[in-house]
Ligand binder design. Structure first.
Ligand code: TYD
Ligand code: MG
Length: 458
């Protein structure tokens, strides 16, 4: 029998080393290497066996095959998947513990079962009783959802084929292990190996698979970043403990674009879809106070109105404090610098706190202008005019850069009663389109100009 070879695998990036090191030379992570048994090289490897040549096809002769899709019954999930679940796809759903991954998938399973698909839910985290309790709470006690509490891959696979299921859920990948590998569950080699086998199962049986995975504090899927390369789609459920708002994003999708956002609210009976997000987010809007500014964001194909808030107070400590929720802190620091340097607004002795109403996360640079207006408003202690909405990207020189779909954003703002909008400057046809939307657009080229327009109005 061959001697068992040992290797050291980085639990973050999956790179393997022959000896232990304090720092992974591949991703730079500290203390991430862990001893694991190496997979045996098969003696046949490299000795090519005679195979039949597969037939290649000309690029222009490929027959178009429409991608079939199963609806999950949740339009917000279907949207992020690119129009529904694709047969044979392996979909990874990541998120912090407790954010609602199991809840979301169980609700999606109910929708899939309702359209006649037999679902097998393999739970390694919870007992069948616990899953049953959750399903009862959600009101989805469907006979089409079959449960098995199992963590061994071989048994899950056997069960999937015995049940002849049409959808498989594995909750979670970190609890799954294959008895072929000596490594413990959750280690990078187990996670990778199980994912490879799940992928093979998904493809060979044209079986859609949902794979749930936890996320580490730094935001990567626990340990196995390798997983993200393997699967067809990576969805992440975001949200914080203080808010009931949840966002589903795709960071990878082989069957759709990754810009669409699914929105939910966690309620007593599970996740409720937020199909009118502007209304939902504007309901979270505070009073007309200094430091609040409404902004029109675009998430995928959908415009979305949200309020950003800033609080600027004189700093009594050595270094001014900066903190933010829902906005990239690096981008904010850049904005503060631009406000100081280009608009002469002194912030170096001010503490600045920024947040987005409702627990929403703004990822778009189009938020820059609204954030700058909110900061300036709080510093002046003067509220911005209530019926104004602001959006645009701000460059390092203080210039306001165009954003996508200004017309669509204006239309949404008009729908919610906004009368004026500060927008990036445009000319010709684009500016023509803004007319007749029931909202007055005030195009600006520079940050200073935008602030001046707001103060003149207010
Ligand atoms: P869960 O789906 O178990 O999270 P995850 O699988 O991501 O760890 O959801 C956990 C949280 O959601 C838990 O704190 C309770 C809350 N919750 C509700 O508020 N309403 C519900 O109907 C359900 C099922 C859960
Ligand atoms: Mg769970």
């Amino acid at each position: 029998m061959a001697k068992l070879r040992v290797q050291y695998a980085c639990q973050e990036c999956g790179a393997t080393q022959v000896k232990w090191m304090g720092r992974c030379p591949s991703c730079g992570g500290w203390n991430t290497l862990q001893e694991e048994a190496a997979a045996e090289d098969s003696p046949a490897r490299g000795q090519a066996l005679p195979v039949e040549a597969p037939a290649a096809v000309s690029l222009d002769e490929v027959a178009e095959a429409p991608v079939p899709r199963f609806t999950t019954g949740l339009a917000e999930v279907d949207r992020v998947l690119g129009g529904g679940l694709v047969p044979g796809s392996l979909v990874l759903l990541g998120g912090d513990p407790g954010v609602g991954k199991s809840t979301l998938v169980l609700q999606a399973c109910a929708g899939l079962a309702a359209s006649g698909r037999k679902v097998l839910y393999a739970s390694g985290e919870e007992s069948v009783q616990q899953v049953h309790l959750r399903a009862r709470r959600l009101g989805v006690l469907s006979p089409g959802i079959r449960l098995v509490a199992e963590t061994q891959w071989e048994k899950v696979a056997a069960c999937a084929s015995a049940e002849a299921c049409g959808v498989l859920v594995v909750d979670s990948i970190q609890t799954l292990f294959s008895s072929d590998l000596p490594a413990s569950p959750g280690t990078v080699s187990q996670v990778r190996e199980c994912a490879v086998r799940l992928m093979a199962l998904a493809k060979s049986r044209n079986l859609p698979v949902f794979l749930i995975g936890h996320v580490t504090k730094d935001g990567s899927l626990a340990g196995p970043r390798v997983l993200e390369h393997l699967v067809d789609a990576v969805l992440t459920l975001e949200g914080d403990a203080d808010h009931s708002f949840r966002m589903l994003r795709a960071s990878k999708n082989r069957f759709g674009n990754t810009r669409e956002l699914g929105l939910f609210e966690m309620r007593e009976q599970g996740l409720a879809q937020v199909s009118n997000p502007s209304e939902y987010l504007l309901r979270q809007r505070g009073l007309a106070q200094p430091g609040a500014c409404a902004m029109a964001s675009l998430e995928g194909s959908r415009p979305l109105l949200v309020e950003v808030q800033a609080l600027v107070t004189a700093s009594h400590e050595g270094a001014a404090r900066r903190s933010s929720a829902g906005v990239d802190p690096w981008r904010l620091n850049l904005l503060y610098a631009v406000l100081e340097k280009r608009c002469g607004i002194p912030l170096h002795q001010q503490d600045v706190f920024v947040s987005v109403a409702g627990g929403f996360r703004l990822q778009e640079p189009a938020a820059d202008l609204a954030l700058a207006a909110a900061v300036s408003s709080s510093l002046r202690d003067q509220a911005l005019p209530r019926q104004w909405i602001v959006f645009g990207e701000v460059g390092l020189g203080g210039e306001v850069r165009p954003v996508k779909q200004t017309g669509l954003r204006l239309k949404e703002a008009a729908r919610f009663g906004f009368k004026h909008a500060v927008v990036p400057w445009a000319e010709g046809r684009e500016a023509e389109e803004w007319k007749g939307l029931g909202i007055a657009a005030h195009p600006v080229k520079e940050l200073g100009e935008a602030l001046a327009a707001l103060w003149q109005a207010g």
